[in-house]
Design a protein around this ligand. Structure first.
Ligand code: PEP
Ligand code: MN
Length: 345
């Protein structure tokens, strides 16, 4: 943090800043200029830093925080990529990992069929909502625990990791019993009690970016989970709200390389919710992987026109197969081929 004094600030005001810094347990490093003095704050202290308090000292013009407020998610303190594993999924490793499945789990036969189809096409995990965050309370809300049982059955048959959304703190132990990865939806990204609860579960968490959240908000949300001693967090870019209405959301492709630079956590891209129309999902998937995402989470449905939720953005099996082929071609270009260990070499 640096404290910038007003031009010509008297010595008493500068000394007051230095004293305040020292009283907080840090070291003050003043730099006296011709016109203006700035005071840097360095070192470590158990006292939390309240930069806003410094703004009240006489003749302080601005207070600027330099270090990022997220520590555990920060690549500066953890230079190596984190790899989050669940069943055969290794998100954040060398190869691109694809999670696919319907928006909501609609019935037992369908989820088992979808699991086999997406696995055949190259997916490593099965997504599917049992508890759905719908804008309207009258829309289909999901089949709840029954759907989780069907997904667990699909895992037994295919070996796919199960990814499913959790919306309620009280349900964490139950959902964690069935799922391999707990999804926190965009609408709950800042539900701090829920973030702490999934953190305590120690299960891998797929954390979606809120639709009006900044990259830093997302990293701070991840920090809540990590601070419960759960290192298994996957960040997910799923599009943000902008003035654009041609697509459901606006894919923030920028966020992918930014997150990869700022954090060691794996980054997955959700082209389905980002763009909202199936005809653009392939193109956006290519863009996401080319930008450096570690994987994709894609909605797939055998009959998108009849889906109970998000049919408009869901891919048929054929379209999903073609997407995987295209994405693999890009992954090869980037040298993101199978891990040696996984390939059994
Ligand atoms: C979903 O994955 O089906 C979903 C509701 O996503 P989001 O939270 O990103 O809107
Ligand atoms: Mn959906």
């Amino acid at each position: 943090m640096i404290v910038i004094m007003r031009p010509g600030a008297p010595k008493e005001s500068i000394d007051a800043v230095i004293e305040a810094i020292e009283a907080d347990g840090y070291k003050a490093k003043p730099i006296y200029g011709e016109e203006r003095t700035i005071v840097g704050l360095v070192g470590e202290s158990p006292n939390p830093l309240r930069e806003e308090n410094y703004a009240f000292i006489n003749d302080v013009e601005t207070v600027v925080r330099i270090s990022a407020p997220y520590k555990l998610a920060n690549r500066a303190f953890h230079p190596h990529d984190t790899v989050v594993t669940a069943q055969n999924m290794r998100m954040g490793g060398q190869s691109i990992q694809i999670i696919a499945g319907p928006c909501s789990v609609e019935d037992r036969e369908m989820i088992i069929e979808i699991a086999h189809a997406v696995k055949e096409a190259g997916a490593v995990a099965l997504r599917g909502g049992a508890f759905k965050p719908r804008t309207s309370p009258y829309s289909f809300q999901g089949h709840g625990e029954k759907a989780l049982k069907w997904m667990a059955e699909a895992r037994e048959q295919t070996g796919l990791a199960i990814v499913t959304e959790i919306m309620d703190t009280e349900l964490v132990p139950m959902v964690a019993d069935y799922a391999d990865v707990l999804q926190i939806g965009a609408r709950n990204m800042q539900n701090f009690a829920l973030l702490r609860a999934v953190g305590r579960s120690k299960k891998p968490v797929l954390l979606k970016r809120g639709m009006a959240s900044t990259v830093q908000d997302l990293l701070m949300a991840a920090e809540y989970i990590l601070s419960e001693d759960n290192p298994n967090v996957i960040l997910c870019e799923r599009g943000i709200r902008t003035f654009e209405t041609a697509t459901r959301n606006t894919s923030d492709i920028n966020a992918i390389p930014v997150l990869k630079e700022l954090s060691h956590l794996p980054v997955v891209f959700d082209p389905s919710h980002a763009v909202g129309k199936w005809e653009y999902v392939e193109a956006l998937s290519r863009a996401g992987i080319a930008a450096g995402a570690d994987g994709l989470i894609v909605e797939v449905h055998p009959h998108p026109g009849k889906a109970l939720s998000d049919g408009r953005q869901s891919l048929t099996y054929n379209r999903f197969e073609s997407l995987v082929e295209q994405v693999n071609a890009i992954a090869n270009l980037l040298g993101r081929v199978e891990d040696v260990q996984l390939a059994g070499i």
